[in-house]
Design a protein around this ligand. Structure first.
Ligand code: GAP
Length: 453
């Protein structure tokens, strides 16, 4: 079977500069192509043991920041398949499409907005003269069928964004939780888009995870909350994930959707250029009004103190989980010289790192092995740290292996440990080593890992 990617192309070479990161991700079990033994499926990716830890950390950090630590945002987990009318009301059936053109010679397909010029007729890939077709609209939603028989089955879509179930459940959640405007509802989950340009690793895939929050407000407070959430989302990337502030910027949308009051993206400077990481939008009352109209249900809010009745406006924060992972990977990736050799290092913030502490016996001998294993177990099980035990190879090699996956601290149990009950802690970034007593090791690491930035 030929993979879809062999037939579809784009003009931007998204993978330029990503090659080393893609191969590190595969080599060390972060991310690799889905169903690779069958030749892969374009734009679908599997997360391996380290990748899934990284993903889990980012998801949890987002949830803690947006839900757990706040008293004005609650969570939900909606179904991926929703009533098909949802997507008529949201406008996706009519207008969620990319215009595209095909080359009659090389059969490659391009998004119109990614050609140098929208009237272009010559193929940017094979140079074919006048070989590009007229643009055609290509709907980005993936459809499937519910029910046993083709003829009687119901056509439904895999949701292309998570926020719609928040609108549909808005009233139920507001009432059962007795929430008063302003309040937010947050959700993390899979979304699906039949993307045309797929050469972008996990930056743009057909199945991906979104982390979205809809904040319901009074119309007059739109500008205030828009600025507030812009500030919070910036703080999340810089202070919580530790992403370099000089690689982030805001970009206001030049063209707003007809219902939108404001829309800005946080962009990150990826190796292939500045690209969107997250959007913050003031969507007005468009979504609730649309769903009220299409469902015939009253989705207005009644303030129990003032008696006001109105359809709340919405400030949305919409982030991609996979795109956040690519951001922390690109931001952390570095090369330097250690002991006269080039080393590859992922400088993850300790909160984000899939492994937080490596524990090694200097030699694979008793009682060093027992002491190291005991410490690793204590850190893993009692302290709930992401610890990893390694006894194979020279100590320098073991450090390098951990540097490459971004482990911020490595502890070596040596013969001095047996006399003094302390061990060497080596810092990934400075490569400096320090002796720390085993009885205060957990506290020492906790202070380092959970420091603010
Ligand atoms: N509810 C609004 C919404 O979905 P969007 O700009 O289409 O807005 C929001 O998507 C975020 O979802 C993007 O900033 C990006 O991080 C992520 N995202 C969108 N399409 C994606 C794809 N095909 N692959 C990976 N992430 C994607």
């Amino acid at each position: 079977m030929s993979t879809v990617s062999s037939r579809i192309s784009g003009t931007a070479d998204f993978e330029a500069g990503l090659g080393d990161i893609v191969s590190l991700c595969k080599r060390r079990g972060f991310v690799f192509p889905s169903s690779e033994i069958y030749g892969g499926l374009a734009s679908c990716w599997d997360y391996g043991p380290l990748g899934v830890e990284l993903k889990q950390n980012l998801r949890n950090l987002w949830w803690e920041f947006m839900v757990t630590t706040r008293d004005d945002v609650v969570g939900m987990d909606g179904s991926i398949l929703m009533h098909p009318e949802t997507w008529v009301a949201s406008g996706h059936v009519d207008s969620f499409h990319d215009p595209m053109v095909d080359c009659r010679v090389c059969k490659k397909r391009f998004r119109l907005d990614q050609l140098e010029n929208p009237d272009q007729k010559n193929c940017p890939e094979c140079g074919g003269k006048e070989s590009l077709t007229e643009p055609r609209n290509f709907n980005l939603m993936l459809a499937t069928q519910l029910g046993p028989l083709d003829e009687t089955g119901m056509k439904v879509y895999l949701r292309p964004e998570t926020c719609q179930s928040i609108y549909l459940d808005f009233k139920q959640i507001q009432q059962v939780m007795r929430l008063r405007v302003p309040f937010g509802i947050a959700q993390v989950g899979k979304s699906f888009r039949n993307e045309i340009v797929t050469k972008a690793f996990i930056f743009r895939s057909r199945e991906f995870e979104q982390m979205e929050m809809q904040f319901f407000i009074r119309e007059a407070e739109g500008p205030k909350w828009f600025e507030y959430w812009k500030g919070e989302r910036w703080r999340f990337y810089t202070e919580i994930l530790g992403v370099s502030a000089d690689k982030l910027r805001w970009r206001a949308h030049e063209q707003l959707a007809h219902y939108a009051r404001a829309a800005e993206d946080i962009e990150y400077e990826f190796p292939f250029g500045w690209k969107e990481l997250e959007g913050v939008h003031n969507r007005g009352d468009f979504d609730l009004s649309q769903h009220a109209g299409h469902s015939g249900k009253n989705l207005s809010y009644r303030d129990d103190l003032s008696g006001e009745v109105f359809v709340p406006h919405v400030i949305e924060t919409s982030a991609g989980l996979d795109r956040s992972i690519l951001t922390v990977l690109c931001d952390a990736y570095d090369k330097d010289i250690a002991d006269g050799e080039e080393r590859t290092v992922l400088r993850f913030h300790p909160r984000v790192a899939p492994v937080q502490v490596g524990v090694f016996p200097l030699m694979k001998k008793p009682p060093l092995v027992e002491v190291a294993r005991r410490l690793e177990l204590e850190l893993r099980q009692r302290e709930r740290m992401r610890a990893f035990y390694d006894e194979t190879g020279q100590i320098g090699r073991r450090y390098r292996r951990q540097d490459e996956v971004g482990t911020p601290y490595c502890i070596t149990i040596d013969f001095e440990t047996l006399e003094k009950n302390d061990a060497t802690v080596r810092d990934r970034d400075t490569m400096l080593q320090e002796r720390v007593g085993l009885d205060r090791m957990a506290e020492y690491l906790r202070n380092k890992i959970y420091r603010e930035t």
